[in-house]
Design a protein around this ligand. Structure first.
Ligand code: FES
Length: 173
């Protein structure tokens, strides 16, 4: 009789530990995969008033780097002079920017190859052979519209959903 009681106690202790383990695991999983509602609610406001033509700033959107760049007239021209049909991921600058704000390029700062952060947003960083961004990990070159032009990246730098909420502010997300 004494032995049977001990068995019961051991089994009870094991199942309590099992439940505890599950309770700890759940918040970890839900943190790794935020629900669509949570994602939809997370937006980023960026003040673009201080960005001079030819300059960019790095911000953060949904925990990832975001580049906001004001193109010079020459950079806009270079992007528009490129035959779209020759591009790996054919898109015009107009399709990648908001109407009336073609000089404001908003992209994720995440290389579409394996996710490194490309160079070219901060002062003095190399911009690659096409004058936009350069990913040093495996040598992807992006042009002044953030489009892939050379190297292993399959697609253009992603343009997140954004809108101008005033002449000087954009809301991303
Ligand atoms: Fe950018 Fe490979 S991660 S080129």
């Amino acid at each position: 009789d004494g032995i049977r009681r001990r068995d019961f106690i051991d089994i009870a202790a094991v199942s309590a530990a099992g439940v505890g383990g599950l309770a700890v695991l759940y918040p970890l999983i839900s943190q790794m995969a935020p629900s669509k509602d949570v994602l939809a609610a997370s937006t980023t406001e960026v003040d673009v008033s201080a960005i001079q033509p030819g300059q960019a700033i790095k911000a953060v959107f949904r925990k990832q780097p975001l580049f906001v760049r004001r193109l010079t007239p020459a950079e806009v021209q270079a992007a528009n002079a490129t035959p779209v049909g020759a591009l790996r991921d054919p898109q015009t600058l107009a399709e990648r920017t908001e109407e009336g704000h073609e000089d404001m390029l908003v992209t994720m700062g995440v290389c579409t190859h394996l996710g490194c952060v490309p160079l070219g947003a901060a002062e003095g960083e190399v911009k690659g052979e096409f004058g936009g961004y350069f990913c040093p990990c495996h040598g992807s070159h992006y042009d002044t519209a953030g489009r892939i032009r050379k190297g292993p990246a399959p697609t253009n730098l992603e343009v997140p959903e954004y809108t101008f909420t005033s002449d000087t502010t954009i809301q991303v997300g």
